[in-house]
Design a protein around this ligand. Structure first.
Ligand SMILES: Nc1ncnc2c1ncn2[C@@H]1O[C@H](COP(=O)(O)OP(=O)(O)O)[C@@H](O)[C@H]1O
Ligand SMILES: Cc1ncc(COP(=O)(O)O)c(C=O)c1O
Length: 277
């Protein structure tokens, strides 16, 4: 049986993040990937690799969603970078056109290529139009502070509280990623499941942010949910995959490395490095 997973995300041409990562992750986990492009990000090698950002026309987004959702009875979707209020309105409309079992939102809040005012409008539109439709959200440290209204996250309890607060904005399940910004030796993520919190922890690898870690994690959760896994098992597999992918990271002529999704295979999970408490 083939399981389908659908991503609505932006292109990042180097292959390190966004749409490209989502489809690679889906394939690696054995689900059939489908996708709609929301924007095109081109890093600028002549300007410190800053983002150049071009939104896709909202009508073209609607057309893509119509094609994908008519072609397949897909019930699991991942939402990645949207980047513009008009994009958000088009995506929200497309999402509301059918029922979903799983809507996994990676709430990519800032894009360096945008004016601060435009970024704020985008954040507000995401919070108002997309977050209420999500069943799972995967904010990173910064996004969790912004969405929860908490100033800093210093303990596992703080991560859990942020998750509980964000779940009140819509998604039943919230995975707050402490990642590299969380104090200590471990990259800790906490899943709030509506009743209790579970911490997923792995040793930090290196000192720097690796591009595509958030995309890989959310896409892997999406793939596992598409296969019918429950949320705790989906997060465990995703954490394993991103940890292995960071360990085997790929360097480039960019100032950052990227995750290698091919390092993880479902047949040979790396369970030994992960402790779920
Ligand atoms: N250096 C690292 N070593 C191990 N795990 C990491 C590291 N950096 C991030 N992670 C993990 O990668 C996943 C993505 O987190 P993060 O990088 O915070 O997301 P985002 O890309 O959205 O900022 C999380 O599971 C996080 O804990
Ligand atoms: C199109 C796109 N989506 C998502 C992201 C977020 O990527 P990450 O997984 O590193 O948080 C980026 C970052 O550059 C991007 O360009």
């Amino acid at each position: 049986m083939v399981n389908f997973a659908y991503t609505v995300a932006g292109s990042e041409a180097t292959g390190g993040a966004g749409f490209q990562v989502d489809l690679k992750t889906f394939q690696q986990l054995g689900v059939y990937g489908m996708g709609t492009l929301t924007c095109i990000v081109s890093f600028d090698p002549n300007d410190n690799w800053n983002h150049r950002f071009v939104p896709v026309d909202p009508q073209v987004i609607s057309d893509q969603m119509e094609a994908a959702l008519t072609a397949q009875d897909v019930d699991t979707v991942k939402i990645g970078m949207l980047g513009h209020p008009d994009t958000i309105t088009a995506v929200a409309k497309g999402l509301r056109s059918q029922e979903w079992t799983n809507v996994v939102l990676d709430p990519v809040l800032i894009c360096k290529g945008q004016e601060p005012g435009a970024a704020l409008d985008t954040d507000n539109a995401l919070r108002e139009q997309i977050l209420p439709l999500a069943t799972v959200a995967t904010p990173n440290y910064f996004e969790a502070c912004t969405l929860s209204g908490m100033e800093k996250l210093e303990t596992v309890q703080d991560l859990a509280e942020a998750g509980e607060r964000i779940s009140k904005l819509g998604p039943k399940y919230v995975l707050v990623k402490g990642g590299i910004d969380f104090p200590g030796e471990e990259a800790v993520d906490v899943l709030w499941d509506g009743e209790s919190a579970t911490a997923y922890s792995a040793p930090k690898i290196g000192q720097h942010r690796v591009s595509g870690a958030g995309c890989t994690l959310a896409a892997a959760i999406t793939a596992e949910l598409a296969k019918g896994a429950d949320i705790h098992d989906a997060v465990r597999v995703a954490k394993d995959m991103v940890t292995e992918g960071i360990r085997a990271r790929v360097s480039a002529h960019t100032p950052f490395d990227t995750v290698w999704q091919g390092a993880y295979t479902p047949e040979k999970p790396a369970g030994s490095v992960i402790s779920a408490k």
